[in-house]
Design a protein around this ligand. Structure first.
Ligand SMILES: NC(=O)c1ccc[n+]([C@@H]2O[C@H](COP(=O)([O-])OP(=O)(O)OC[C@H]3O[C@@H](n4cnc5c(N)ncnc54)[C@H](O)[C@@H]3O)[C@@H](O)[C@H]2O)c1
Length: 357
């Protein structure tokens, strides 16, 4: 049983707590600078409420921590935890910049603590099934992958930290785009990004957007200085291209939003809804197009994925190595490399080359 402390008592910490409990882990303590948040969390999940980070990290009854705070805290907290000999499950994005990713990796290398990234989409039941199909060779050599994720009204905490660049590092790209960048490169085994073309947009404003049930309280006097839409294509050294089309908000009628992931190989191709329970598979039979539906076992896909992520983390902690299917610090750094290149491409208004570092 992994004994876990949580840093940050917000929305996603509660999802982690649910998954930890469901997979036999133990929630030992919570730290959050906001007293009412940590106390409420401690009461709900029956754990200690800590008001002092250093004190919490020095506890010998905590083996590992989950970092579930605003993005600007990720690097500092992950580093403090590893220096205190705790293994870390670090929420996405890994950090605010490539430089911070490198600092985290440096400390991870020095301390040899386990560092798993919170790329939970890898554990969506449909994504696990597609990975299996690819590993079995059903798609052949992968050529291209694309992912579309368009929320109609889904700007998280409008005016709060998510939409304030100084605290988040960016908008929908660094928030939800990172999941898709990681997932596509994980599924297609696309390792080394070489060229990136990206365009970011901000269609909505605090005044023009009616807030609709996204988490965190909207703040009409807050800041919204990040993109709410991004389209980007990354070309990897092995020739594979990955494309994302992501938005936090769109004027598109809901019934015309077709979110999904396509992976195309030289033998077959799939389309799937990340949180769905089936995969559309196409191939050629005797030269003619043939299609079939692959069923996926799903209870509640989002919960299943978080539970699977925590099973992998517990296994990683026990085996002293990040589980095969989970995201590593290097994966987090690769995603950040692509994110920075997309922002750069948008700024320069052209495709940018990524030099090896
Ligand atoms: N994996 C996913 O699908 C997913 C989904 C949502 C959010 N996230 C990520 O999880 C993180 C948290 O998001 P959220 O939606 O829970 O945000 P949130 O605003 O609901 O909660 C963040 C909490 O962190 C606390 N906090 C701030 N500074 C802290 C510090 N130094 N130490 C400890 N706690 C601190 C805040 O008081 C707040 O309670 C973000 O990095 C976000 O990108 C991941």
């Amino acid at each position: 049983m992994t004994k876990i402390g949580l840093l940050g008592a917000g929305m996603i910490a509660n999802i982690h707590a649910q998954a930890i409990t469901a997979t036999g882990g133990e929630i030992v303590a919570i730290f959050d600078p906001r007293e009412h948040r940590r106390d409420e969390f401690a009461q709900k999940w029956n754990c200690d409420s800590c008001s002092d980070l250093a004190e919490m990290l020095s506890r010998s009854d905590i083996e590992a921590v989950v970092v579930a705070t605003p993005n600007d805290q990720h690097a500092e907290l992950a580093i403090a935890a590893m220096r205190a000999c705790k293994d870390v499950l670090l929420e996405k994005p890994m950090a605010m910049s490539l430089a911070q990713c490198d600092e985290i990796l440096h400390v991870q290398n020095e301390t040899k603590q386990l560092l798993q990234l919170g790329f939970v989409c890898r554990f969506a039941p449909a994504a696990l099934k597609v990975k299996q199909m690819i590993d079995e060779g059903k798609l052949g050599a992968i050529r291209h992958a694309r992912a579309t994720l368009l929320r109609q009204r889904g700007i998280p905490g409008l005016g709060g930290w998510f939409t304030t660049k100084e605290k988040s590092g960016g908008g929908c790209l660094i928030d939800i785009g990172v999941h898709l960048i990681d997932l596509l490169s994980h599924l297609t085994s696309a390792c080394e990004p070489k060229r990136v073309l990206g365009v970011c947009s901000q269609t909505f404003s605090i005044e023009s957007y009616e807030y609709d049930e996204m988490w965190s309280t909207p703040n009409p006097d807050g800041i919204f200085d990040v993109e709410d839409g991004v389209i980007a294509t990354t070309t990897f050294a092995n020739g594979i291209t990955n494309q994302i089309d992501v938005s936090w908000a769109t004027h598109l009628p809901g019934s015309y939003i077709r979110d999904g992931i396509t992976i195309e190989g030289d033998k077959g191709a799939v389309w799937f809804d990340l949180w769905g329970d089936s995969i559309a598979f196409g191939e050629s039979v005797d030269g003619k197009p043939a299609e079939s539906k692959v069923e996926v076992h799903v209870n509640e896909a989002w919960d299943d994925a978080f539970q699977c992520e925590h099973r992998a983390f517990a296994m990683g902690v026990a085996n002293r190595a990040v589980s095969d299917e989970a995201g590593t610090g290097e994966d987090g750094r690769k995603v950040q490399t692509i994110v920075e290149a997309i922002y750069d491409s948008n700024f320069q208004n052209c495709e940018v080359q990524i030099s090896r570092s």
